[in-house]
Design a protein around this ligand. Structure first.
Ligand code: GLN
Length: 208
């Protein structure tokens, strides 16, 4: 390293992977890059081992599950999560982090990690997609604009799961945290507000 060249401070900008099998990967990469992290797409077990944290994007959980099986990522993901890799899942990503799933496709598996039961496509036909303002524990400032697209909700959460927020419409749990694992029913990657990604970056840094 030439003299005078700044040594990158990894702890100041952690490397966060975005699981890039399917879904809104680019949006998460952009939100993470604007939240003080370096972000890279992750498709292979070797790439997974190089990151300090991982985002599981919104998309379609049945496709994520099938591709995770084809890419030999199911077991490595489970191992990394149980070893303490911080992870944030939005929408389909929330489903993938659930220990238990209701209304999944036949045989549908998740990575698990959060002691919760998630109901897939929970909000029903009339309200397939909607936006609402929501307040979350641990997120200071004005309410967040939350975008729900065929969203799941958390039907039951274990004692170690911190409930961060519920939606105004159905009063269902839509944001949770268990240790280094964070999940939202909605898509913070689709709005310019980066406060949830900033919270995740803080979790990865061990600041909270
Ligand atoms: N309904 C989708 C699923 O089951 C999730 C939708 C989303 O991520 N926007 O995976």
């Amino acid at each position: 390293m030439p003299e005078g060249f700044p040594v990158p401070d990894i702890s100041a900008a952690p490397l966060i992977g975005v699981l890039a099998l399917q879904g809104d990967v680019r949006e998460h990469v952009r939100a993470l890059s604007g939240s003080g992290a370096r972000a890279i797409p992750v498709r292979r077990p070797g790439e997974l081992e190089s990151v300090d944290g991982l985002v599981i994007p919104g998309g379609e959980s049945t496709t994520l599950w099938r591709l995770a099986v084809s890419f030999d990522m199911l077991d490595p993901m489970r191992k990394m999560l149980s070893a303490g890799l911080p992870a944030f899942g939005s929408c389909a990503g929330m489903i993938m982090l659930a220990d238990r799933l209701v209304d999944g496709a036949a045989g549908q598996q998740t990575f698990g990690g959060i002691d919760m039961t998630v109901r897939r496509n929970a909000f029903g036909r009339q309200v397939d997609s909607f936006e609402s303002d929501i307040r979350l524990n641990g997120i200071a400032g004005p309410a967040l604009r939350a975008v729900f697209i065929r969203a799941p909700w958390v039907e039951q959460a274990g004692a170690d799961v911190e409930i961060l927020g519920t939606d105004a419409r159905a009063d269902r749990i839509v944001a949770v945290r268990q240790g280094p694992l964070l999940a939202t029913s909605f898509h913070p990657e689709l709005t310019p507000d980066t406060r949830i990604h900033e919270l995740f970056v803080d979790i990865v840094k061990g600041n909270t």
